[in-house]
Design a protein around this ligand. Structure first.
Ligand code: KDG
Length: 349
């Protein structure tokens, strides 16, 4: 009797092993993923940038990673070009649970967690490496940790990058050239006050409305990283570009908390791992994209200028009062932690 049972058990195990081997041979997945608690899921991932942008490419890389790690059970569907709405609308959709994922600039997120406004203060980071040290370190994590209370999961930071100024009125080479320019700014008090302090007629507006506003001259100018100026086609209607690099904007890779709370531990791990792998990739292609965009924009006849060190100092001096004025609105602890971590990273570089 015992012998029959053992035989049956062995045959059963052998059968399972053969089934698994067959499944793998037919490309049905790795033993590892099949053993995990992963369900079939559709993940809607919307964003405002062009789907041809480097970050658009990174969303597809992320989708492939998720598929790989979940054996095709978790499918990320990406929607670029603002097809699911503006950054703010998608943030709300995530909170409500009608959309699963997005990436947004930190500027509109400051409406939910005021500390994110710190990243709209000009000339905070000298280069990308300093930005990464701050974002991937304690100050960046502290801001992400404040998101679940607002209904969002901040997985990690991707790169939007250093922003440059474009306009259709005239070349901007001096701080005073900004005066009177109708400039679209991202939607928060810090971005608004910074450009008001520089004398611009600053107009907050969602990214999704920006191209039309530039084309119809509702606004004269805008500021964004070079790859966005190329892939969102701003260069077609903006003949003047100034390499101002005035601010580094991070992207936050976001998930809906409502959705996240319903995932199994294995499913959460898939998303977290794919996010981690995608981060290095996204930052790399984002920087490569800016180099390519610079050549492209030049070729397409845009006049490219820079600010001298003296003009940059004038800008710093003009925006200094804004930092003081908004210190409490952003949070003194956040500002101090970011400034200190940036100085340490700069020293160590
Ligand atoms: O997909 C992200 C965009 O919607 C936006 O965040 C880009 O930096 C941006 C801007 O100017 O609004």
């Amino acid at each position: 009797m015992k012998a029959t049972l053992t035989l049956k058990k062995n045959l059963h195990l052998k059968g399972l092993a053969m089934g698994l081997a067959a499944a793998m041979a037919f490309g049905l997945g790795s033993a590892d993923a099949l053993a995990k608690d992963i369900n079939s899921r559709i993940i809607r991932f919307g964003y405002g940038l062009a789907d041809t942008s480097p970050t658009g490419q990174a969303t597809r890389f992320f989708a492939e990673e998720v598929a790989k790690l979940s054996d095709g059970k978790m499918k990320v569907k990406t929607y670029g070009n603002g097809a699911l709405g503006s950054d703010e609308q998608m943030q709300s959709a995530l909170v409500g649970g009608s959309q699963e994922m997005t990436f947004v600039s930190t500027a509109p997120l400051a409406g939910m967690v005021k500390g994110f406004g710190v990243f709209d203060l000009p000339f905070l980071f000298d280069d990308e490496k300093v930005a990464y040290a701050v974002l991937d370190g304690k100050p960046g994590q502290a801001l992400l940790d404040a998101l679940p209370a607002k209904g969002l999961i901040g997985l990690l930071y991707w790169e939007n990058g250093f922003r440059d100024l474009t306009n259709s009125r005239h070349p901007i080479t001096k701080a005073s050239d900004i005066e009177g320019i109708k400039l679209r700014v991202m939607q928060n008090q810090v971005a608004l006050n910074v450009f008001k302090a520089l004398g611009a007629n600053a107009i907050p507006m969602p990214f999704t409305e920006l191209f039309t506003a530039l084309e119809t001259k509702t606004v004269d100018g805008q500021e964004n990283p070079l790859s966005t100026i190329q892939t969102s086609k701003f260069y077609e209607v903006q003949p003047y570009l100034t390499l101002s690099h005035h601010v580094y904007t991070p992207f936050v890779l976001l998930a809906s908390k409502k959705w996240w709370d319903g995932l199994t531990a294995d499913e959460k791990q898939v998303i977290q791992e794919a996010a981690k792998t995608s981060q290095a990739y996204q930052r790399k292609i984002s920087q490569e994209g800016n180099v390519k965009a610079m050549a492209f924009i030049k070729e397409h006849g845009v006049q490219i200028d820079t600010f001298s060190a003296a003009e940059k100092q004038i800008i710093r001096d003009k925006v200094k009062p804004v930092v003081e004025e908004l210190r409490d609105a952003i949070g003194p602890d956040t500002i101090d932690a970011v400034v200190k971590a940036a100085a340490e990273a700069q020293k160590g570089a």
